[in-house]
Design a protein around this ligand. Structure first.
Ligand code: 5CA
Length: 439
């Protein structure tokens, strides 16, 4: 993309309404703009990050055997009357009436709708287990939307739903999703820790929140350093596979043996037993939440399948959420400095920015175009008529993992400066070796 013709409105000043780093930086780097309270438009730079996060989430859901589908944002009230949640949900639910006076709502989650879709078609034990997921916008009329996309009213969620014949099957699905989550967050450069949680309005018996550390997190968390040392992506010895029940068991035992708790579940006596050098404590942000709730919806909504011996059983269910749009803010909370965002390579909007320091200089223009041509869609070419200082500051603010600085002195000798955003290291290299590093 050429920055001169892009809607990436960076700001020098900090917007007054932004209280936390990620909100400030998302506005300043031109990722989003608020259109109503708690509702955001995703501008090109922000949308590229959102899509990359979505892609990682999707790949890991697919790898765990979940099927992607897409349910609508607008749902009929009747479904929610069947489960009894229409009234329970209260003012957080955005209720809509259409021209025929039919009651609709903008979905805050999809347990009812997926149960309805399954009960229409799945009749036999032979068709289970199944896990379905979608990545779709949700609406919750939060009393106090705040911190930008971290607590929005409209937000993008990945929600998955598992259906099993019995409790033992449901436990396997729950563990598979938990492993998929740990892999997903690790791929985004995040250290997430699963913590046992209350299940709240979703209902149910077993629930874990996935928390990442950041000073602005909403709750105080305590955990064993063991969580920081596990490589969930490793396929070698000690690694975990979704395919193996033994691996899933060993994985779940690991996740639930080491101490981890939010302040409302914190147990000082158990905490005392963790070696002092291994105690980790800080503020945490919830980026995902999973629930096992048995037959709560299958029973209330009359979804049953025939077993091998001709009985009818209500499938055991779980639901599994990831805050896709919240993750954009959460990653920034976990990875930024005074100058701006520091994107992990896996979700950076662009891999590199090309900074042409002297537009109109034949060598600078030629080398910049050459780099841009070779790097293609993964490069943002700063071809604006701006001072070098402005280009440096904007590139740091936007946080691309690499900057390729094309200045007149180097360009005359066929060299550029390659800067790594994370550590700040700079290196004078030939155009060819810059390309080799970034390709
Ligand atoms: N039905 C279940 C799981 S599919 C569910 O709705 N779970 S949830 O309420 O915990 O939401 C799942 C994730 O969505 C949360 O962990 C959080 O990361 C994200 N989320 C929830 N509310 C908001 C919000 N107001 N703004 C941004 N993200 C949110």
């Amino acid at each position: 993309m050429r920055l001169s013709h892009s809607l990436i409105p960076t700001l020098k000043e900090t917007p007054a309404e932004a209280q936390i780093a990620s909100h400030r930086l998302m506005l300043r780097a031109g990722l989003v703009r608020q259109t109503s309270a708690g509702i955001y438009a995703w501008l090109p730079l922000g949308y590229r990050v959102l899509r990359k996060i979505e892609r990682i989430v999707r790949e890991e859901q697919d790898a765990a055997g979940a099927q992607e589908c897409l349910m609508p944002t607008i749902q009929p009230a009747e479904l929610w009357r069947e489960s009894g949640r229409y009234d329970d949900y209260g003012k957080e639910m955005l209720r809509i009436t259409d021209r025929h006076s039919r009651e609709l709502l903008y979905g805050p989650t999809n347990e009812e709708m997926i149960t309805d879709l399954m009960r229409q078609s799945v009749k036999s034990y032979r068709e289970l287990p199944q896990i379905l997921y979608h990545i779709q916008w949700k609406f919750r009329d939060e009393v106090r939307p705040r911190f930008g996309v971290m607590r929005g009213r409209e937000f993008l969620m990945k929600d998955a739903y598992s259906f099993d014949l019995d409790y033992a099957g449901a436990v396997v699905s729950y563990r598979k999703m938990m492993l998929a989550y740990m892999r997903t967050f690790q791929r985004m450069g995040l250290k997430a820790i699963p913590m046992e949680a209350e299940s709240g309005p979703i209902g149910g018996d077993l629930s874990h929140e996935f928390i990442i550390l950041a000073p602005t997190g909403e709750s105080q968390v305590y955990f064993d350093a063991a969580f920081e040392e596990i490589d969930y992506l490793s396929s070698g010895a000690g690694g975990f596979s979704h395919e193996s029940a033994d691996d899933l068991e060993r994985f779940f035992t690991t996740m639930t043996t080491h101490y981890a708790a939010t302040d409302d579940k914190h147990d000082p006596a158990a905490w005392e037993k963790v070696a002092p050098t291994r105690r980790r404590e800080g503020r945490g942000i919830e980026v995902g939440h999973i629930f096992y709730f048995g037959t709560k919806y299958s029973k209330s909504m009359g979804f049953a399948v025939a077993t091998a011996d001709g009985r009818a059983v209500h499938p055991e269910m779980g639901s599994y959420g990831i805050g896709v749009s919240r993750l954009v803010g959460a990653v920034i909370e976990a990875s930024h400095d005074e100058a701006g965002i520091i994107w992990p390579d896996s979700i950076a909007p662009f891999r590199a920015a090309i900074l042409n320091l002297k537009r109109g200089d034949a060598a600078c223009d030629r080398i910049s175009e050459q780099l841009y041509g070779a790097l293609g869609r993964e490069a943002l070419y700063d071809d604006r008529e701006e001072r070098a200082g402005v280009k440096f500051a904007d590139a740091d603010l936007m946080g691309h993992p690499w900057q390729v600085v094309v200045g007149p002195r180097g360009a005359a000798n066929g060299t550029v400066e390659l800067k790594r955003r994370a550590g700040g290291e700079r290196q004078e290299v030939s155009v060819e070796s810059a390309l080799a590093r970034l390709a």
